[in-house]
Every structure is written in C-alpha cells, then in structure tokens.
Design a protein around this ligand. Sequence first.
Ligand code: DAT
Ligand code: MG
Length: 159
Amino acid sequence: MNFDGINEKTLVLVKPDAIQRGLIGEIIGRFERKGLKMIGIKMMSLDDDLLKNHYSHLADKPFFPSLSKFMKSSPVVAMCYEGLEVVNAVRLLCGITKSREAEAGSIRGDLAMSVSCNVVHASDSVENAKKEVERFFKPEELHDYRKSDYEHVYAEDEK
Ligand code: DAT
Ligand code: MG
C-alpha cells in the first residue's frame, strides 16, 4: 500500500525560468505558508542522463530537445517536502502544466504564462515521487527533524 501518512514525500524543482526571474523565495514561501515540511534542498545543474530519466514519459515528444535545453539553461533548486498527502497537495499548489490556463492562486496560475517555462516541477504520483526523490537526493541529504508547528498544522488524528 502506498500510504506513508505524514511522512509522504514529494520532489519539487524550481525551474530555470524562476531562477532567472528571481522567484525562488516567492515559490518556497508558498510551500512554507501551506505548512509543508522541507526535508531537503540544494541547487544543482541537471545533465542529459538525469533529464532522460526524469522526463522519460516525454522522451519521444518533439519538444523533448528544447525541454532538455531549457532545464540545463541554468541550475535548478531541488527540494523535498514531507506531509500528509503531500504529493497531491503540492500538485494543487503548482497548478496545471499550461500556466496561462492554471488556476489563479496556484504558483503557475499566479507567476507564469508558458507551457514549458512553468516555473516549477512537482511529482505527479506517490509512486513517481518516491523514484524522483531518490533520483535527486542521497539519503544523507534528507533530514529528519521535529517541526514544532505541526502541533497547529495537523489535527491529532492526522499526525
Ligand atoms: P507537469 O510538469 O505539469 O507534470 P508533464 O510531466 O506533462 O507536466 O511535462 C513535463 C514538462 O514538459 C512540463 O512542465 C513542460 C514540458 N511540456 C509538457 N508538455 C509540453 C508541450 N506540449 N510543449 C512544450 N513543453 C511541454
Ligand atoms: Mg510531470
């Protein structure tokens, strides 16, 4: 069963367009305000091997070369967040792929206009999140600590 409770994890990437536009703080702030627990963060430059795996579901698409070029155009900020049903919660916060149609209030809906330059990546299922977190983070780069605001973020029966 795919139920990790409050320890469910997901991968978020702040993409090159957001790095260039100075949106790192704005994006991280939204996850902070939601009550998510960050357990890993690093700036990294992506290479072809990693991108082929990360975007394997898009490898045959005509836009894959430009997607790959874009994702290598600057470093990204990779983050791992933890929380109850966090994979779904983060997807909702990010909004749909085509930013100019993404719901107002979502990160893409508020901060972007493009399909490819859509400021963030977020894992799309619990199964993929597990693979993506392992792809981007070594075990020692993920931190186990007590977050004191969990007392107020979750009810007793959710912890
Ligand atoms: P998402 O990032 O919302 O999970 P996805 O996994 O289908 O979307 O695609 C990954 C990225 O590839 C997406 O964020 C932007 C790019 N992309 C997807 N569809 C595209 C298209 N039709 N044209 C150009 N880029 C596209
Ligand atoms: Mg995706």
